[in-house]
Design a protein around this ligand. Structure first.
Ligand code: A3D
Length: 310
């Protein structure tokens, strides 16, 4: 059985473990800094084994060494923004956590593919790349697949069709500047642009951009974790089972889409080596400028990485 280590056994980490165990994708190790918490969650999962027939091992630990020889490492460790904390402080704290985790991944799981999840996603992925020294394609960030599943869900609701009949693509940085591509979205094989008018599509695009925020507003404390957990599990399964899934994910760019040196949401093929290929789509001028704007925001934050990791 392959092994997946999940750093950060909070909401997203534990939900990811649940989806992975349910689909029997791999053994799972939950890691966290809170003593007793990852162990208790692992034990609790196992108690459901006779009902759920997981047939995989789930363990919990506060020692990074437990991720030894993991095939995939998921990084969800971070702290949420606290009152009085600005965005930069939060970035600094989470980048610091990613630095320590990255060093541990390099030491204990040197052949792993890393799926970055903690925010700010595109920057955390860059920090992990730096600290592990892994090949560029072995690090990938989860965001586009989540933004795409939300877009698909909203479209399905609008049209009254099954969500699985919708196939959509959301590119760009993870945040307000994401770029849902209506032109590359289809329902049952038909282009979305043939099924809904421009105004309705724009409304659904906007809702996709604020979809994560909607959940935060309801929850007050914390952010979404079921859809993020399902999205991470899909990506992990694609790597573990070498599924060659074509999904939107944050990958290190070396000139693709006119950008380099940043992690950015693009269509990729995910397989056993991580990002096996980046697909370059033809974009209209309008789509390209929206993507450029989003890339500039990511680059701005990425330029601060040295300071964040100092
Ligand atoms: P939460 O439930 O707070 O879990 C985070 C966990 O990380 C907690 O259990 C912490 O104890 C743990 N942690 C903190 N420091 C360390 C450390 N050094 N080593 C190991 N564990 C540590 O948050 P969550 O699970 O809801 O979210 C986790 C992260 O994912 C946050 O940064 C979110 O913003 C991010 N997130 C990203 C997306 C994307 O689409 C990119 C979606 C949802 C959540």
């Amino acid at each position: 059985m392959k092994k997946v280590a999940i750093i950060g056994a909070g909401n997203v980490g534990a939900t990811t473990a649940y989806f992975l165990a349910k689909e029997r994708i791999a053994d799972v190790v939950l890691l966290d800094v809170v003593e007793g918490m990852p162990q208790s969650k692992a034990e609790d999962f196992l108690h459901a084994g006779p009902l759920q027939r997981y047939n995989v091992e789930i363990t919990g630990s506060t020692n990074y060494e437990a991720m030894r020889d993991a095939d995939v490492v998921v990084h969800t460790a971070g702290i949420p923004r606290k009152p009085g904390m600005d965005r930069l402080d939060l970035m600094k704290t989470n980048a610091g956590i990613a630095k320590t985790a990255g060093q541990a991944i390099g030491e204990f799981a040197p052949n792993a593919v890393v799926v970055a999840v903690a925010n700010p996603l595109d920057i955390i992925a860059l920090a992990i790349l730096r600290e592990t020294g892994f090949a560029l394609r072995n690090i990938v960030g989860m965001a586009g697949i989540l933004d795409s599943t939300r877009f698909s869900y909203f479209i399905a609701q609008e049209l009254g069709v099954k969500p699985e009949d919708v196939s959509s693509m959301v590119l760009g940085g993870h945040g307000d500047s994401m770029v849902p591509l209506a032109r590359y979205t289809s329902v049952g094989g038909f282009p979305l642009t043939e099924l809904l008018d421009t105004e309705t599509i724009e409304r659904l695009v906007q809702r996709t951009r604020t979809g994560g925020g909607e959940i935060v507003n309801y929850l007050k404390k914390g952010s979404a974790f079921y859809a993020p957990g399902a999205s991470v599990a899909q990506m992990v399964a694609a790597v573990i089972l070498d599924r060659k899934r074509l999904v939107a994910a944050s990958a290190y760019l070396r000139g693709e889409y006119g950008h380099r040196g940043i992690f950015f949401g693009v269509p990729v093929i995910l397989g056993k080596n991580g990002v096996e290929r980046i697909i370059e789509l033809e974009l209209t001028d309008e789509e390209k400028s929206a993507l450029d704007l989003s890339a500039e925001q990511v680059r701005h934050a990425a330029n601060n990485l040295d300071e964040l990791l100092a």
